[in-house]
Design a protein around this ligand. Sequence first.
Ligand SMILES: Cc1ncc(COP(=O)(O)O)c(C=O)c1O
Length: 370
Amino acid sequence: MPVEISIPFENLTVQYGLLREEIHAALDDVALGGKFTMGPFLQRFEQEFAAYTETRYCVGISSGTAALHLALLACGIGPGDEVITVPNTYIATVFAISYTGATPVFADVDPLTYNIDPRQVEAKITPRTKAILPVHLYGHCVEMDELLALARRYHLRVIEDDAHAHGATYHGRKAGSLGDIGCFSFYPTKVMGAYGDGGAATTNDPELYEKLRMLRYMGQRVKYVHEVVGYQQRLCDLQAAILSVKLRHIEEHIAGRIHWAHRYNQLLQGTPVITPVEVGGARHVYYMYTIRAPRRDDLQAYLREQGIGSMVVYPGPVPYQPAYQPMGFKPGDFPVTDAHLKEILCLPMFPELTEEQVQKVCAAIRAFYQ
Ligand SMILES: Cc1ncc(COP(=O)(O)O)c(C=O)c1O
């Protein structure tokens, strides 16, 4: 008999309960206004999210994957180009590169933060390299100064994958404002999630902004004048209105995540697990609270028996996925990613966790190792 999970890995319904009235009011406003696409709620959210990410412009897009794809296209990336990214990301980061016809090139990650290692990036730059696509994994910003210096030296674009990093900062600067374009996912479980798919791209560059706007809606600046081959990838007004509500609460939600992460750190002291670090002037927003655990698979099974959810994010590095088999990578090609892969485990993390739940998780981990 499967054990009932009493402490889930994530829980979206508790938050819905708390925001219910505000969400209902927002949905009512959209429906009563009768404009469901490219309407005032999308426009308002774009302005609010640009302000939040401290960028000049935001373009609401239908998903994080689409935001990455359009960002690469807006930067003129296509067949024959190379884009450097990481092996330990969600497949969407790399698929977006492949959609453009460019070739993904993988640079291994830093052993402390699990983020792209600028030294590994430099070794991968060729005359065909056009861009770097760093991922602020788990909510901890990449060491951007070094990466941006490399980009300047080699005339490369930097497109951020901010899917884990809403509200994360790097030396006081917001994720999404660090590279040429920031790409966000509002998948429901993200730090700020919609009630369905959603995404956005942020930028300070007016030309990139214009291109992104055209690409996300059928290549038009003026209705029915299609200047380029564009896409039907708008963020709809219902999602935008929900996201405006969520944005009003984002700092509370991030504070909750940080609080629970620090409690986990305290309560796991003296156990054999390695807890996450915060380095390089980063504000980690803990989309995931990821430990490194000896005998990880046994620990995960033990937690499940105790009714505690957990996840391995991501269990299969992208270069080893069947879709990229033709590139010929094999386990061992990315030693840091490979070493982490056997040990990483993400513990329950959402703002509405309780002290009792966090204590229970940590007590179970302690008991496992005793
Ligand atoms: C790192 C990363 N990049 C990109 C994406 C793609 O976002 P979406 O699911 O909104 O298309 C995700 C989300 O799932 C992600 O975690």
